[in-house]
Unconditional design. Sequence first.
Length: 509
Amino acid sequence: MSETALKPDSGPDSNRWKALIFIALAQLMVVLDATIVNIALPSAQQDLGISDGNRQWVITAYALAFGGLLLFGGRIADLWGRKRTFVTGLIGFAAASALGGAATGEAMMLGARALQGVFGALLAPAALSLLAVMFTDAKERAKAFGIYGAIAGGGGAVGLILGGFLTEYLNWRWTFFVNIPFAVVAALGAYFVIREPAGGRNRSPLDIPGVVLSTLGLVALVYGFTRAESAGWSDSVTVTMFVASAVLLAAFVLTEAKVKSPLLPLRVLTERNRGGVYMSLGLAVIAMFGLFLFLTYYLQIVKGYSPVKTGFAFLPMIVGMITGSTQIGARLMTRVPPRLLMAPGFLLAALGMLLLTQLEIGSSYAGLIMPAQLMLGLGMGTAFMPAMSLATHGVEARDAGVASAMVNTSQQVGGAIGTALLNTIAASATTAYLTDHASLGATNPKLLQAQAMVEGYTSAIWWAVGILTVSALIAATLINTGAQGGTSASAGSSDDGVEDELKVPVMAH
């Protein structure tokens, strides 16, 4: 181990728990932004004169920039230093949010959203890799990742509440402005509190072909799914995007196998535990994103809830997430193998989804929706927590940033796929129901429309049940590491002239 790595006798950084507050705050801001804008979108569209056809670009511009640049952001964090990347990401995100809140037209809004995505792609992997290298004691790591996992899972639902409040009582612009105090506090805190040892970077030259191929491949993939939602799966542009994505990502993998200093070393992906985490987490996010969307529409359109009431209706899920993450996952992570938390967690979430397949127009919130959300939250919190920690399982120190970026990438791509795939399934089922029951439309068209919508949601939720079950199977079969209670060890020295960086804990097998 080089002299730049943390020595056992130097002890952990005394500011690490303070640092966690600012890292968690930044993560909350990024996750909030994914859902808060959904609530504000109808008002913003009206004010800025955005057409129905272009409305989706307010969401898509962010998703494309964020999803496409995450791997690059993770590598920049390894190259440039995590603290510097983290603070730069926060300042840029705040500036882009100010631009979005002050938007006077469609172009300014879309530009601001793309910029938010660019800086989010710097910020998210830097936050997770900072956490991975600051908490090396197994029990402390479990607590830290418990808090981070709860925010990563529950932040989206918090965004719905906050978005509802800001849209209803102030106006949509505040769903952007609210990011500024978050970012300023987190950036100042990080600047003064987080310390990285000198020399803790991967100084290999940047893999430019890898950056270009991965960015274009991921952008094409995310756009393909987004396009499929509005234009259909057989649309020529949709098909072209999927083909282009497959070709670009295949070329990316071939490039990474050959270049001396790859953007994403294939060793990060081929280790079975990390691979299992990326796959199971990406699939679980597909199910979750679809659900947020359907429940929001169901509560607002079918049940007639206000934005604020809709936000509060998601509270049981948040409570479940926090409990599962901090009380179940964090307490058991050092005692039982991760697969025994992740697989049952995903199955419990699938059971919660299964309850929601019983949704009807007159379904009781307390009798059906609340218990289903509690099960979903508990299951997801329990599974997310060890998954976040395992993302940097045994990773070489120089790869911490890209390993962290892969978690965010699997979540981001999962979110794009989930929204498009489940929305398309719901829309098809709604259309089929309307066609089959057309005669009822003459007597009560509003009732028929509502029944058709609910039929669409429940059809899509059945798919989500299946997807979560597959997540559980992947976690049970691929993840085979033991309880994460071993003593931390050095990630080992690096080759190719790359300097050792911060010591990353290697879980006990």
